[in-house]
Design a protein around this ligand. Structure first.
Ligand SMILES: NC(=O)c1ccc[n+]([C@@H]2O[C@H](COP(=O)([O-])OP(=O)(O)OC[C@H]3O[C@@H](n4cnc5c(N)ncnc54)[C@H](OP(=O)(O)O)[C@@H]3O)[C@@H](O)[C@H]2O)c1
Length: 258
């Protein structure tokens, strides 16, 4: 029996981590994937090389730049023969380097981190969403947009308030677009992962800090990129149209405990 029809899928920030797992999950169901990256070109190429199937491409570009965001969407549209699914995964994630506790940083540092996180995490996602949605509307095609949000939007990010705010805004953007784009057959959703074991955070999972992270969930562990990817593939499916507007928790009930 033939499998599901192949779709064009743009995954931003797919050089590694959650984005790479999402790219792989779509390719495994027969979709053609545009693997986007910002700085890690070799890793993005490795992601693409490991994808099953054919027709996958690699596209670079800084999502903090609105011109680049449009170019990324347009290039993916052309290379894939249409983007049917957009996964807004790229983000300036939290690290000790970009911590901006009110009590610790200067006003100039505070502004710089806010600018970068809002530019990439929120405006970058909003701009690519606009460009992909306009292509879908022009083609008269149904589509899916899935945002990778964060548990931090609900629990707060005291060391990285700009990150938490950008992710809360991303969830809200998804809800607004879900209403606005439904008449065009485009469903928009978000997922809110908790701590997820990606390369970026592997170092934090050892020793006592790792135990503390695992204890955040009553399951006694952290999430995996594959668990996030499986949910994204579901939310991008035809069966999930009625979930449009949702923010799906993927954090092992960890945001429900203090
Ligand atoms: N891991 C977690 O615990 C966790 C929890 C909740 C939510 N999330 C969210 O899940 C997503 C993936 O996280 P991850 O852990 O897999 O992090 P990651 O490995 O750091 O991946 C982030 C991706 O975003 C891209 N990116 C960063 N700055 C960019 C820019 N200016 N323009 C375009 N792309 C840019 C990176 O590209 P390059 O590599 O090419 O620079 C990378 O591919 C993020 O949205 C993150 O906020 C993660």
């Amino acid at each position: 029996m033939p499998g599901p029809p192949s779709r064009g899928v743009l995954v931003t920030g797919a050089s590694r981590g959650i984005g790479r797992a999402v790219a792989r999950a779509f390719a495994e169901r027969g979709d053609r994937v545009a693997v986007h990256y910002a700085a890690r070109a070799a890793d993005a190429e490795e992601t693409r090389a490991e994808l099953p199937g054919e027709g996958h491409v690699v596209i670079g570009g800084d999502l903090g730049d609105p011109v680049a965001a449009q170019r990324i969407a347009d290039t993916a549209e052309e290379a894939l023969g249409g983007v049917d699914v957009l996964v807004n995964n790229a983000a300036v994630a939290t690290s000790e380097d970009n911590a901006h506790r009110v009590a610790d940083v200067s006003y100039a540092e505070w502004q710089q981190v806010w600018r970068q996180m809002v530019d990439v995490n929120l405006l970058g996602s909003a701009n690519v969403s606009y460009c992909v949605a306009r292509h879908l509307i022009d083609r008269g095609a149904p589509g899916r947009i899935v945002h990778i949000g964060s548990r931090g939007a609900f629990r707060g990010e005291p060391d990285h308030p700009a990150y938490g705010a950008s992710k809360a805004a991303l969830h809200a953007l998804g809800q607004s677009l879900a209403v606005a784009l439904a008449p065009h057959g485009i469903a928009v959703t978000s997922v809110a992962p908790g701590f997820t074991a990606t390369e970026r955070v592997a170092g934090r999972l050892t020793g006592e800090s790792g135990d503390a992270l695992r204890e955040q969930s009553p399951f006694g562990r952290v999430g995996t990129p594959q668990e996030v990817a499986a949910a994204v593939v579901y939310l991008a499916s035809a069966e999930a149209t009625w979930a449009s507007g949702t923010v799906l928790d993927l954090n092992g009930a960890s945001h429900l405990r203090m």
